[in-house]
Design a protein around this ligand. Structure first.
Ligand SMILES: NC(=O)CC[C@H](N)C(=O)O
Length: 190
């Protein structure tokens, strides 16, 4: 089993380190060839506008979208969630646009928008350490989307078939339960 981590920008090394600690083979995705034999993909946090441009400029857009649409398990954290969303609140920008959610960027404010808390995620556990950094949250979800976590009335984790998203950054904590959950998602899909 091999999990690719989109490695253009943002917090990708932290994901790789946690996946390695779980004995998972990883590959840094920087071009089309890197996508060839992956069983799962992480799209990390960072800055979604920049990441979206890099995906197109490095000619990864079509292959990434096709793989996700044909069932590749994918996990988007923070900016990664924005990259997967079909709709961005009050913004016409479209990135991979595969998951039926509307997200609000910088939803907690730009300057003071970073905080952490502990809350539960359905199917994963209770008291999970959640770090939010200029994070988005999910405004609304389509019929096929399962809401997995709500913090202060805002949706911060969800799943639609092979697509899993979190507003927060589990790779910046010592709690590896969310990574284990995604690894299981990938395993059951092989
Ligand atoms: N930590 C993050 O990934 C922040 C996301 C960033 N605010 C964006 O809109 O792209």
């Amino acid at each position: 089993m091999k999990i690719g981590v989109l490695a253009m920008q943002g917090a990708y090394e932290e994901h790789i380190n946690i996946l390695k600690s779980l004995n998972v083979d990883t590959v840094e995705i920087r071009n089309k060839e890197d996508l060839e034999d992956i069983d799962g993909l992480v799209i990390p946090g960072g800055e979604s506008t920049t990441m979206g441009k890099l995906i197109r400029n490095l000619d990864l857009y079509n292959d990434l979208k096709a793989k996700i649409e044909s069932g590749l398990p994918v996990w988007g954290t923070c900016a990664g969630m924005i990259i997967l969303a079909k709709s961005i609140y009050e913004d016409d920008t479209k990135h991979l646009s595969t998951m039926d959610i509307e997200v609000r960027r910088n939803a907690y404010g730009r300057q003071l928008g970073s905080f952490h808390t502990k809350s539960d995620i359905k199917g994963i556990g209770d008291d999970i350490h959640m770090v939010f950094i200029r994070a988005p949250y999910i405004e609304s979800v389509g019929d096929k989307v399962e809401v997995l976590s709500v913090v202060d009335k805002n949706i911060v984790a969800a799943k639609e078939n092979n697509m899993f998203v979190t507003s927060f950054h589990p790779e910046l904590t010592d709690d590896n339960r969310v990574h284990k959950y995604f690894v299981d998602m990938v395993k059951t899909n092989i």
